[in-house]
Design a protein around this ligand. Structure first.
Ligand code: CO
Length: 493
């Protein structure tokens, strides 16, 4: 084990930084370097997305959220696993690769060369298709919340181009990167239904909600307007509601317009104001009105799940930060001092629709992100959540472990890849014929700084503490990713 400069710190910042090097290679191969055994009854495809390039021909981007999307596909076929990665050929990616320089401003501060004069009043942003990837309605779609989906070929990952979902999206309609799949939609006779939203922000914010069948057909659409500027990355659903947290922030567009800051750098938390919890009935014909409840300030990127405990009560588990972490325009994101920043922590919010009261309870002090659960429990009372977590019980740090919490017993389980491993979002895949909610596997990508490569690790979700049942070594590293999804389909290779 390498000696660490600070013995209480289970990682070295240098190790963590290397996981953010650009990956220019693309490849497709059967993974042969495997420790352990891949379960033969784990069959289907894991897709994941995240920034693949952190620089454009040597010019660094300001923030990983501005990095061009690169998709990985892992095909599980009766104990064998095929890997493929490919950059999403967005319009902006192609132009910048051709020009050999940054041609667009990024939302999180990436600027074109030439200082603020070169950037002022340029509101054209690049759709980087880097946040999530889903297979729905027979289409593989790379998502980025401020733009339209990019469609890819599920076998080759070749980019087809912008996809407006057969006309569901208008010319300029965006589509968020956090769709939720209702496993048994009551309004559709128990069929699954994809629910997603889009925002139009300004002095007030328009929330559009789309509900789309497994065949890709629009089932329901509604538009609601809420007062004020909103920065909403994720939401949650129950069988009857969509729930949004409008955290108190303000947006000063001036430095953005003048080319001095990215739009995302002009957002500030307002800790003295409260969060508005917006509860929108999913059925536009229910006659029920939108309700707005008030909760404490803070900032949430990701919700784990929500469910209706009874007719008047919604429970929601989310990762909350005391404030929105500022993107410092003068600092390289790789030089971040983790200890100086607040941790995201798992909270349970109890929304009482009758009394309009919100009760909030801290479920765990550990620094966590990327909550996931059994796909059949989305919108229903869930017992388990799985998260990426820091190695230590307290304090902010990179995600190095996988954390499971049993919300019935409050028991916690953890497996850590520290000091050399850094994890991303765990994806839960149920075992065929499973009965227990945690009977399944967790698939997680781990950056191994010791080898400067990434692994796909399979954990038994019932026995997290035992560590990997299989560790699949890739030939090179994949920069830290954002989100992914599982589909039981094995596309012919
Ligand atoms: Co997200």
């Amino acid at each position: 084990m390498q000696t660490l400069s600070n013995p209480t710190q289970p990682y070295s910042i240098k190790d963590w930084q290397r996981g953010y090097e650009s990956q220019r290679q693309e490849a497709a191969y059967w993974i042969e370097n495997i420790e352990g055994t891949v379960p033969t009854d784990l069959n289907g495809t894991l897709f994941r997305n995240g920034p693949g390039l952190l620089d454009i021909h040597g010019q660094p981007i300001q923030h990983p959220f501005d990095g061009d999307g690169m998709v990985c596909a892992f095909t599980f076929d009766r104990g064998r696993v095929h890997f493929r990665n490919r950059h999403v050929r967005t319009e902006g990616f192609l132009k910048e690769q051709q020009m050999g320089q940054i041609c667009y401003r990024g939302v999180f501060g990436t600027a074109k060369p030439g200082g603020w004069l070169a950037n002022a009043f340029d509101f054209q942003i690049k759709n980087i298709a880097n946040t999530n990837i889903i297979y729905w309605g027979d289409k593989l779609l790379a998502l980025w919340e401020a733009g339209q989906p990019y469609r890819l070929d599920p076998t080759t990952l070749k980019t087809y181009g912008i996809d407006r979902l057969d006309g569901i999206l208008g010319d300029k309609d965006t589509f968020a990167a956090h769709p939720r799949i209702d496993p048994h939609c009551e309004m559709d006779g128990g069929d699954p239904c994809l629910v997603n939203f889009a925002l139009d922000v300004g002095l007030s914010t328009q929330i559009r909600i789309y509900e789309i069948s497994p065949q890709g057909k629009l089932k329901r659409k509604q538009v609601q307007t809420i007062p004020g500027f909103a920065f909403i990355h994720d939401f949650a659903i129950t069988p009857h509601y969509c729930i949004f947290f409008q955290n108190p922030i303000s947006f000063n567009p001036l430095p953005f317009a003048l080319g001095m800051r990215g739009a995302g750098e002009c957002i500030r938390s307002n800790p003295k104001e409260s969060t508005r919890v917006v509860v929108i009935p999913r059925d536009p014909n229910s006659g029920e009105s939108v309700r707005v409840l008030e909760a404490d300030a803070g900032f949430i990127f990701h919700h784990g799940n929500a469910f209706e405990r009874d007719q008047d009560t919604i429970i929601m588990d989310s990762i909350a930060y005391p404030t929105l972490q500022q993107v410092d325009p003068n600092q390289d994101f790789r030089e971040v001092n983790f200890e100086a920043l607040d941790s995201g922590q798992l909270w349970r919010f109890t929304l009482n629709l009758q009394s309009q009261q919100v009760n909030q309870e801290l479920l765990s002090v550990r620094c966590v992100e990327f909550p996931t659960l059994h796909p059949d429990r989305v919108g229903r009372n869930h017992r388990y959540l799985y998260l990426g977590a820091a190695h230590n019980q307290q304090g902010n740090a990179p995600l190095q472990s996988i954390f499971k919490i049993d919300l019935e017993t409050r028991k916690q389980q953890l497996y850590s890849f520290a000091p050399k491993g850094f994890v991303g979002e765990p994806i839960f895949v149920p075992k065929p014929g499973s009965i227990e909610e945690d009977e399944g596997w967790l698939l997680v990508m781990v950056y191994d700084a010791a080898q400067h490569r990434s692994d796909l690790v399979i954990l038994d979700a019932q026995k997290i503490e035992q560590g990997a049942i299989a560790c699949l070594h890739l030939r090179y590293h994949i920069p830290y990713g954002l989100h992914g999804s599982w589909t039981p389909v094995c596309f012919p290779l």
